[in-house]
Design a protein around this ligand. Structure first.
Ligand SMILES: NC(=O)c1ccc[n+]([C@@H]2O[C@H](COP(=O)([O-])OP(=O)(O)OC[C@H]3O[C@@H](n4cnc5c(N)ncnc54)[C@H](OP(=O)(O)O)[C@@H]3O)[C@@H](O)[C@H]2O)c1
Length: 241
């Protein structure tokens, strides 16, 4: 039986490349996003074993209905990847509204789908939730405040659900994926980035982590070094930067 995977936010960057990669690996893929023409392009490119569904993750109730519809179209779901996300780094819009937008997508949109997915998998007895978080979730950063905080929320939220899964009768795994910089619309034209990884290579490593049901994975692997390093920096030093 082919496994069925839904990728939320599959119209560009990491989500799109991951959709193509999982399809190549023999999965039946479900792709969502707001840009319908991009979803149609994916359908044309992959031809078979691809289902698409419009979804704006900030419309919380609609997003759940749309995930249900996708599951129905696909005849079930084994893996749900919550990848949709936005960042404010080096964007002109800063301040309260800009912060709230990031929080609406990356925190509320994410938690809405992740918690629903957990309940769904408990009911059906198995499943895997994958959150595309970020190395940014390991520290607060004055140049992208809501983004880093939102990814920190994701990390802790998923860790909690991972623990909850241990006490469930269902076979549920929860994976937190932490990319460093990856080529995508999010990083396009941005200055001062380093170790920027090609999207396809990042997608391959994410796909490996999903198939191995890893609890946590840095993408690419050398970002683990950054993870270790930032955890060593004491709070008083962060506060003075
Ligand atoms: N690129 C990096 O360096 C990097 C590093 C660490 C983590 N990440 C994370 O990786 C994930 C993917 O980012 P990316 O770099 O691939 O950026 P991207 O190319 O901008 O892709 C973002 C995806 O999220 C979707 N999305 C945004 N707002 C949405 C909304 N309101 N409702 C539904 N979908 C929405 C977009 O689809 P539509 O616009 O069609 O809705 C798109 O498919 C994000 O969670 C990001 O935080 C990226």
């Amino acid at each position: 039986m082919k496994k069925k995977i839904a990728i939320i936010g599959a119209t560009s960057g990491i989500g799109r490349a991951l959709t193509v990669e999982m399809h190549k690996r023999g999965f039946i893929v479900g792709a969502t996003g707001r840009r319908i023409e991009r979803l149609q392009e994916l359908e044309q490119q992959l031809q078979t074993h691809i289902h698409t569904q419009f979804m704006d993750v900030v419309e919380l109730d609609d997003a759940i209905d749309q995930l249900d519809q996708l599951k129905k179209d696909m005849g079930g779901l084994d893996i749900i990847v919550v990848n949709a996300g936005v960042s404010n780094y080096q964007k002109e819009s800063v301040g309260r509204q800009a912060d709230l937008h990031v929080i609406n997508v990356n925190v509320r949109g994410f938690a809405n789908l992740a918690s629903y997915s957990f309940n769904l998998f408990e009911e059906q007895g198995h499943g895997q939730i994958v959150g595309i978080s970020s190395v940014a979730g390991l520290f607060g950063w004055g140049l992208n405040i809501p983004y880093n905080a939102s990814k920190s929320f994701m990390n802790t939220y998923l860790q909690g659900y991972r623990q909850k899964a241990n006490h469930s009768d269902a076979d549920i795994s929860v994976s937190t994926i932490m990319p460093g910089f990856v080529e995508s619309e999010m990083t396009e034209g941005k200055r001062d980035l380093f170790w920027v990884q090609e999207t396809e290579k990042a997608a391959k490593q994410i796909a490996d982590a999903i198939e191995r049901k890893k609890h946590e994975a840095y993408i690419t692997k050398r970002w683990r070094l950054v993870g270790w390093f930032v955890k060593l920096i004491p709070n008083w030093m962060w506060n003075r930067m």
